[in-house]
Design a protein around this ligand. Sequence first.
Ligand code: MN
Length: 491
Amino acid sequence: MFNLLKEKIENLPEEKRAAYNLAEIKRAFDFAEKAHRGQKRKSQDDYIIHPLSTALKIIDFGLLDNASIMAALLHDVPEDTQYSLNDIEKNFNKEIRFLVEGITKLGQIKYRGREERKLNIRNMIIAMAGDVRVILIKLADRYHNMETLDYLPPEKQKRIALETLEIYAPLAYRLGMGRVAGNLEDLAFPYVYPEEFNWLIKNLKERRKPLTKYLEGVIPLIKKRLEENEIYPLKIYYRVKHYYSLYKKLLNYDLNFERVYDIVALRIILQNKEECYQTLGIIHKYWPPLPGKIKDYIALPKPNGYQGLHTTVFCENKKKVEFQILTEEMYQKNEFGIACHWYYKEVARKKVKGKTIPPEEELRLFNQLREWKETFLKSPKKETSKLIESFKIDLLKDRIFVLTPKGEAIDLPKGATPVDFAYAIHTEIGDHCFAAKVDGKLVPLSYQLHSGEVVEIITQKKKKPSKSWLKFVKTSLAKRRIKNLLLKEKI
Ligand code: MN
């Protein structure tokens, strides 16, 4: 089975292959294979198929990092086998342990469709991951689980698909991984909204065929016109919009297909930026553009880093067609996002074949990471419920994210205690808070919580808030409630 991974790596172009150490990867594979031996997936496959598939996806993402492949292979070991994180550190190293630990922690977070928790969870993932590679491996893990979701009981299918749609696909999107985000959404769509999915498929069937046929006729025309201007595109093809993103767009247009022009769009891949702008000009020379539909995402990339020129024109027979014009490099980054940046950052830095990383590339990576965090904190507006009113840009420094035993993320200020946690869940639980367990161990009520800890509150009906609690609670909610109750007691 290891051959799947070996062949995939051996078939990479030489400069990329250089990022991987096959002997070390084999060692991680053998360890995982032995640890999971005898375990089966719900599909009846040997369990090792899952970590192996996760590792293969890491290569598909273009993440040229050896530790990530090894961590992908080992990611379910501490959770599901007799081997612990310490065993992983002993057999491998601190870095692999750190990555696997991150993925294991993220695995404890569960989203059950409560709107106000959505932003919490996304922030928590960022805060807890600590390293973007942890999120990338988690995305690969989730991707394979989505591909094999059919084998799970319906209730679990729905929860996992919803979590994918609301948490993981947006994460992939923010990381600039357009292809992964789109595929995750399309895998989840039929489980979360089966009726809407069926409606879309039925309506698309009759529409897409004539559309693609028409575009096949346009391709030679545009090719000829570009060649007359000595522009030789690397590729011209039509791309079909992902189902879920099409459905979301239709929702904004009264479910009217006639008003969405990019169900199928023509994509032109060119050598460089200059050719992109020239091509835009040539297209507009023959086919007039629709006003307001010309988008220059090269000069002004989308917040997630997406680049390209878009225009919708009245094409042959006055049909409206969207063109997407971009370079090969832009294409790669649009599809694979931050995983590609990792390549520039890590591999190029190691001076593969004497080439060093251009400093602007590295800068762009950090800019994107920063932007990505900021976008998360600012949007979307709808989620700005009471809970997150006080969110600031420096939120990740001042807040911690802990989990309920059911895996729900609770957002608290730094230094918060189990009592704050109890009040954040429910005032009743706060009022009768008797003892607390953190990661299964009893702790004092004044214990300062850390991100990623699982907190369990033990309540007792007769227990009442004590004045001493005021000395250590951090949230205003808890303070107010305790004071109020103490006042009542006096009267
Ligand atoms: Mn897994």
